[in-house]
Write a protein that binds this ligand. Sequence first.
Ligand code: ATP
Ligand code: MG
Length: 399
Amino acid sequence: MPSVIVHYQEIALKGRNRPWFVERLVSNIRTATADLGVTGVRALMGRIELRYESEDAWTDLCERLACTPGIANFSRAVRTRCDLDAITKTVLTELADVQVESFRVTARRADKRFPLTSPELERQVGGRIKATRGWRVDLGRPELTVWVETLSDEAFCYLRKNSGAGGLPSGVSGRVACLMSGGIDSPVAAYRMIKRGCRVRMIHFHSYPILAHTSQDKVVEIARLLTRYQLDSRLYLVAFGDIQRQVVLEVPPPLRVVIYRRLMLRIAERLAHASGSTALVTGEAVGQVASQTLDNMAVIDSVTTLPVLRPLVGMDKDEIVSEARRLGTYPISIIPDEDCCTLFTPKHPATKARARRVTEAESALPVDEIVESAAADAERQDLFFPPVRAVKTRFVTSS
Ligand code: ATP
Ligand code: MG
């Protein structure tokens, strides 16, 4: 039965909490690969071993593991007995169809009771490969590296390392609620938090039925894609069109964007509490658009006691775009739609909103009522990956 050896990196630094982090990663890997004929996933002396039934699953396994935060790298490996003869034989069998000019062996011993040191093991196995295949040993720039890892009772050999997503296993850092617009930035911000071990709840404000359904469709698609990384997601869809209409009636144009954001944050705070989230996340970066100045951020953040995290705050747009492309959210984000904010956005929003003027303008609005009813009427969707458990819609308002 084939194996995959999974290495983690950052978790290795977690001291006494390490077993808990590793268990979470093991459980996430089990969930992510549940439909691929996996027969076991277990923590094993500083790495994780996954066993699977059939080689046919390898391509899918590769895709799933590459998306699982907390994994530094993973390799398709062959398990063998932990003695030099068995290891050498296994390696030579694995190399039967391989043709290269140069190679090296890299050995790691998890259990130092193995009778050879790592360099001795490398020399022994390397010597046999050289004698059998006639390849040149090149320690600096080998065409092929043969990895050997010895544990207490077994050893693993493999020829290729696949890169993982890095970061921390989803779920170890608590929950956050991300304001998700359907644009390019917020999905990247959500992903960054997922990679830091957070379960990200998503909140989207839409103007349906004043505008088309497109922004919601985009956000559902983005949520589905991000669910590949965090395995379960919750998405709240909040009707915001009527709220914006009220703002347009009561608030002078330059202050409207800041007030939309303050209302969004207050509603998001309610939904964050309801979903056990302890921070809010946005896709803002300093100076990117008029509403994203330091002055405005301060005035916007003052409506909530939750920390407002902005993982992209110091990034350039082209850096964010590259990450969105890598992530796969970019093609969805650029589908044209009318953002609820563009519809009611003034030509010249204030870049230096004054707190006093903003609160004065806001006093014309029934803020508590607006927030209360928007949060209560929010539509909630729960999504899962793998999607064996179909999307469940818990509560849908009539439109
Ligand atoms: P994005 O690409 O994420 O839309 P942006 O550069 O277009 O960002 P803004 O439209 O000013 O910037 O939005 C800033 C942030 O406010 C977004 O990243 C998102 O977190 C939040 N936001 C804006 N519009 C919405 C919305 N309709 N629903 C939920 N969050 C929103
Ligand atoms: Mg936007």
